[in-house]
Design a protein. Sequence first.
Length: 176
Amino acid sequence: MKRFLTILALCLCTLGAFAQNTRFPEVDEIAQIEVNDVVEHEVFCVTRDGVRQYYFCVGNLGIGDDVLQVMFDPVYKLYIPLGSTFAEAMEHMQQLKIQVQNAAGTRTEWAGNFAPLLPTEERETVTVTTRKGLFCRRLEFSLERDGYIRSTSVSKSDLNNLLFNLKLNSKRYENR
């Protein structure tokens, strides 16, 4: 019985070594905005098979119409690909910062990915609209699905905070 338990314990101890050969990509978080310990928006890098890709996660999307959005899906998020280098990621984030300064109602189209947990290689068109509220400007990211609009927004201050954090981390990521 002791021999059996010893062999079982050794097998369980080595199980961790075999688990490291999984197909999960390496994720490197660069900058993020948290609200009540929940990550709302973030810029991160995913490495799959030695290929790096930077993404901007704009968060969970609500479902509804142009006026009312109901948030109910905590798993699926919208990801905007920013490029394969840190410089491209900075450039795309700067373009978003410039767009938030445009006149209210200005629309552009970006490639995006609506997926659970981590982005995939699928791309679809995301409409980015500049909105102006009473106290702040924001960008609204929306997709149309089955006659419904799925959308979320990012405020100008959140974009500025993400860009500031990207600039702080630029030395670390520039040569990648």
